[in-house]
Write a protein that binds this ligand. Structure first.
Ligand code: COA
Length: 374
């Protein structure tokens, strides 16, 4: 029996709504004006600093982001609210994240030429899940009529690559025949839309990948996984703290300290060399060299990070074809970024071409898969 593991289908689902930088900044600036007016006495007394405006030009220049998708737009731009108004769903209804997951999973299954009966392991892997249990993956498994097992896993921006590695290991070990890895990144509820440093960073999206053994693969576009590597190194520089213990600690679970926050400069400085070193080592470990890599499907947090990493690896600027950027349309979609790039930019590769899927982010965590088109 073959132990060659392949990626045989990929699916990308875009939420129905978008928020442009201009819309986001107009709403943030209106909120700031109101905040500064309310705090005018303290600001005049010098006990509080007036908050400065945000700018669409800064956002695009600093990050490459122009727009982002959002699962629910209602509420997010309202100065009185500054967060999405997502309708509550009861226990008998499909959950929001399961719906997002199914939207991408069905596309990935169709692209792989598979149905639920070909899958026996479902991993929902993303930066946040909307509840602790039952796992979103089990809800998805049930909706697709899959026999086997599913589980959720959280590794922030590296959730997708880490789950793909789990899938490869399971397929090689024989504990699964077909695996669905799904990343329903519902990031908007955790964004602090009142924080100038981070209000622009995230977008919502859902991606999915089907993996199987080469001997069952019938897909027109499939990729042998030559190797995968997952690394973590503890860092406090990107944090999201809200969680169930807040109830017992008598703290506000959604206080600003508990929403996403980061030391962006430090992250930039520390993660770029880590990612470049990781990629160099991983490509060498599968017997390839940097010039052998035709496509770099990199994590999408910041265009300047990606340019720095590929420049260090290639010794020159990568072309848009070699290292596609999707930040302008999608923003940072946590673990889904490199998978979006893969979904949109893989079909043109020829048999024998090599590519790398790589994530880097909170934890810190870095994950990569080197693949060859079949
Ligand atoms: C987040 C990030 C885009 C910020 O870019 P940056 O160039 O580091 O920006 P800084 O926070 O240092 O701010 C630079 C200047 O722009 C200003 N600025 C910050 N946010 C602004 C905004 N929304 N609008 C206008 N100006 C802004 C700052 O006040 C600062 O001004 P100063 O130089 O007068 O002090 C960048 O640090 C980054 O991409 N880091 C990588 C980490 C990452 O994206 N992680 C995501 C999770 S994985």
């Amino acid at each position: 029996m073959s132990t060659e593991v392949v990626i045989s289908g990929a699916g990308l689902w875009r939420p129905l709504h978008t928020i442009t930088n201009e819309e986001l900044v107009a709403s943030y600036n209106a909120w700031v004006d109101r905040h500064n007016a309310e705090q005018a006495a303290a600001i005049a007394a010098g006990t509080l600093e007036a908050k400065p405006h945000s700018s669409a030009e800064f956002i695009e220049k600093a990050s490459g982001i122009r727009s982002r998708y959002t699962y629910v737009k209602d509420g997010t731009l309202e100065v009185e609210r500054m967060r999405p108004r997502i309708p509550h769903r009861g226990e008998d209804e499909l959950s929001h994240q399961a719906e997002m997951a199914l939207n991408a999973a069905r596309i990935a299954l169709a692209n792989a030429g598979k149905t639920g009966s070909d899958i026996d392991m479902v991993i929902v892997s993303c930066a946040y899940t909307e509840r602790s249990y039952p796992a979103i993956a089990i809800e998805v498994q049930h909706a697709l009529g899959i026999e086997g097992f599913g589980f959720d896993m959280l590794v922030a921006c590296s959730a997708a690559t880490f789950a793909l590695q789990r899938a490869c290991d399971a397929l090689k070990a024989g504990s699964a025949r077909g695996v669905l890895v799904i990343n329903p990144e519902l990031t908007s509820p955790q964004v602090n839309y009142c924080d100038r440093d981070s209000h622009f960073i995230f977008g919502d999206v859902s991606t999915a990948i089907v993996l199987e053994r080469a001997d069952t693969c019938r897909s027109a576009h499939s990729y042998t996984v030559l190797g995968s590597r997952a690394v973590t190194l503890y860092s406090n520089n990107i944090r999201s703290n809200f969680g169930y213990v807040a109830r017992a600690e008598d703290t506000d679970p959604f206080g600003t300290d508990n929403l996403f926050h980061q030391n962006g400069r430090k992250v930039f400085k520390e993660v770029c060399p880590m990612a470049a070193d990781h990629l160099e080592a991983q490509i060498a470990a599968v017997g390839l060299t940097i010039p052998d890599i035709r496509r770099w499907w990199l994590h999408q947090a910041n265009i300047n990070m990606n340019q720095l990493i590929t420049r260090r690896l290639l010794g020159r600027d990568a072309t848009a074809r070699e290292a596609p950027i999707v930040l302008d349309e999608f923003a940072n979609t946590a673990s889904a970024g490199s998978i979006i790039a893969f979904c949109l930019y893989h079909e043109d590769l020829a048999a024998g071409d090599h590519g790398v899927i790589c994530s880097f982010g909170a934890g810190y965590s870095i994950g990569s898969l080197v693949v060859r088109k079949r």
